[in-house]
Design a protein around this ligand. Structure first.
Ligand SMILES: Nc1nc2c(ncn2[C@@H]2O[C@H](COP(=O)(O)OP(=O)(O)OP(=O)(O)O)[C@@H](O)[C@H]2O)c(=O)[nH]1
Length: 585
């Protein structure tokens, strides 16, 4: 390479708004120990000229000296500043030399305290004050462990303020959006307690913290002294946090544990291990090493996010569409930023915005993906609920049916039980116990209604003989027939009849006249006498004796007396020779 003198002496009074100094600069890479005097003693051959509009030296250079010459041919209408519009160089030194004399030395860089800067600004901004009509040598030394991005320009104070206003508007919008999303998702997390949201919140907070650092605001407003907290460390820490939370979020969001492919799970968890290692490495690794590794891990991580998103999408997980798109867009912006960092492309002015824009688009899309996922889960929940309700309804109907069946069976059993407990098993008439209850009830009713009551005590004559002669079974047959004859003779209800003892029956007739009662007794007696009971070859007839008691009941205490009366008349009927009715009168 031949001699490289300065391209032209720049008249700073001619700077209207701004002037890119790169085309007028020559530069040389140097070792960190070389001083200004060493650099001044270099010959023209040691310098190189930048032919490009912007210069980005990538990661390869640690220290670069720049040199140009300026002059002020007129009075300045506004102060002129020299700006290095990249906030993360470790050390910046600006020397203004008039011949052998140093007329200005300004320091900057984030490895020095913020207070050492000539102007309180997140980037290096130094006033250029030089004597009128004199050529002044400008030496700029930049030392950094990070990417050597050197957008160097001269600009008026008004222009610097304008630039900053535009940037602050952008940054305000950016952090405004991020804060809204943070608060919104924090609310969702507090109500849902879904750890996916927590990882998303962590990721978003880490992205915001890193942007805050990358724009230079962290160093300007928070950690102003690198001995307490270094800017480089904060970039490393936020990168580690960002990557770790992003991978945790991806794993949780896409439910990696459920993914069928072991390889995917292995890749996912390996990446997580890598990111966690990066997070720890940020505490002791050198910045230059960290940055080159973290960029690769970041790129692989975002690529994995995209891959997992596409795979989830193909597997029918609908929310993965937006998820994959989010990572794809972020990947494009990161790609742009990294290419810029590695000096493959040169977009120094816009490079700073790339990750910020990419991240805000990505975070918004992820929010939509979340909403989509929630929607999908809601649909699934509703579907499951509907299925459950149907199952429950079917079970309830079945249960209802069974309960109805059981109730019916129980009612039948109860009815049967009641029948058995109130009825005589042989004749089907009321049994004695039930008769007592019914009789008392009728008696009370008759008192209340002022109605008469007749009691017929009926006993089969010489039943023992019948039993002895034809056998017990035939005797039973006769008793059954007796029950039928009695039932046929009555109006039941309100009349009641019962088997009162072995071959003894009782009939109660409420609200009858005496003659009617007597008629019933007589017709019963005739019915018995005229009936022949047959069982196979055996046939016999039977007679009955009847005691008839009649009263107009007035006192419940008398109800047993009426029975006793009927019994006494029956006894008399037996005494009188049987087959007759003996009555009250
Ligand atoms: N087959 C049968 N016999 C019964 C039943 N309950 C009582 N007896 C019989 O009925 C008979 C009643 O006899 P008694 O009390 O001496 O009276 P009776 O022979 O009818 O004579 P009188 O009443 O004086 O006319 C007894 O032999 C009892 O064993 C029954 O359910 N079935």
């Amino acid at each position: 390479m031949g001699a490289s003198p300065v391209a032209a002496v720049t008249d700073i009074a001619a700077v209207d708004t701004r002037l890119n100094l790169i085309p007028t600069l020559r530069y040389t890479a140097a070792s960190p120990e070389q001083t200004l005097a060493d650099i001044q003693s270099l010959s023209d051959e040691d310098w190189q000229v930048s032919k490009q509009e912007h210069r980005n030296f990538g990661h390869s250079q640690r220290v670069i000296w720049f040199h140009t010459q300026i002059i002020k041919n007129h009075l300045l209408s506004t102060p002129i500043f020299l700006r290095v519009n990249y906030p993360h160089h470790d050390y910046i030194d600006l020397y203004l030399q008039h011949g052998e004399q140093n007329i200005g030395h300004f320091e900057g860089g984030d490895e020095r305290t913020f207070a050492s800067r000539p102007v309180d600004h997140r980037t290096f901004l130094a006033p250029v004050k030089i004597p009128m009509g004199e050529v002044v040598d400008v030496y700029l030394r930049i030392e950094t462990q990070g990417p050597m991005m050197v957008p160097i320009e001269l600009l008026t104070q008004v222009e610097a303020v304008k630039d900053e206003s535009v940037l602050l508007l952008f940054v305000g919008l950016y952090f405004g959006v991020i804060i809204i999303m943070l608060v919104y998702n924090a609310f969702i997390y507090t109500s849902l307690r879904d750890s996916t949201y927590l990882y998303y919140l962590m990721y978003m907070a880490a992205v915001a913290a890193q942007q805050f650092t990358l724009f230079g605001f962290g160093f300007q407003y928070l950690w102003k002294n690198p001995e307490i907290l270094s800017n480089n460390f904060m970039i490393m820490l936020t990168s580690g946090l960002m990557e770790t939370s992003a991978v945790l979020f991806v794993i949780k969001f896409i439910r990696l544990r459920r993914m069928r492919s072991r390889l995917d799970r292995f890749a996912g968890y390996s990446l997580l291990a890598c990111c966690v290692s990066m997070l720890f490495a940020s505490f002791f690794m050198s910045f230059s090493t960290f940055i080159s590794v973290v960029n690769i891990v970041g790129l692989v991580g975002v690529g994995c996010g995209l891959y997992i998103g596409v795979k989830g999408w193909l597997m029918g997980f609908k929310a993965a569409r937006l998820f994959a798109t989010a990572w794809l867009i972020y990947l494009m912006f990161i790609g742009w930023y990294l290419l810029d960092l590695m000096a493959v492309i040169d977009s120094t002015t816009y490079g700073n915005y790339a990750i910020a824009i990419g991240s805000v688009i990505e975070l918004s899309l992820l929010s939509f993906a979340f909403a989509d996922r929630m929607n999908q889960e809601k649909e699934l929940r509703l579907h499951t609920q509907a299925t459950l309700i149907n199952v429950q309804r079917a079970m309830n109907e079945d249960l209802d049916h069974k309960v109805k069946q059981r109730t019916k069976a129980l009612e039948q059993a109860n009815r049967k039980l009641e029948y058995l407990s109130t009825t005589d098993g042989l004749t089907g008439l009321f049994n004695r116990r039930h008769f007592d209850q019914e009789y008392e009830r009728l008696y009370k009713e008759s008192i209340k209604n002022k109605q008469s009551l007749a009691v017929l005590m009926i006993d089969v004559d010489h039943f023992k003989r019948l039993n002895d002669e034809y056998g017990h079974v035939f005797g039973d047959r006769c008793l059954i027939r007796a029950g039928e004859l009695i039932r046929q003779a009555l109006n039941s209800p309100p009349d009641i009849c019962a088997r009162y003892g072995g071959e003894e029956f009782i009939v109660v007739l409420p609200n009858v006249k005496y003659n009617q009662a007597k008629q019933v007794a007589e017709s019963l007696r005739h019915a018995f006498a005229n009936t022949i009971v047959r069982d196979g070859r055996v046939a016999a007839s039977m007679t009955v004796s009847i005691g008839l008691a009649f009263t107009m009941p007035t006192n419940i205490n008398q109800h047993e007396a009426l029975l006793k009366d009927a019994d006494n008349y029956l006894y008399q009927a037996k005494e009188n020779g049987r087959n007759q009715v003996v009555e009250t009168y």
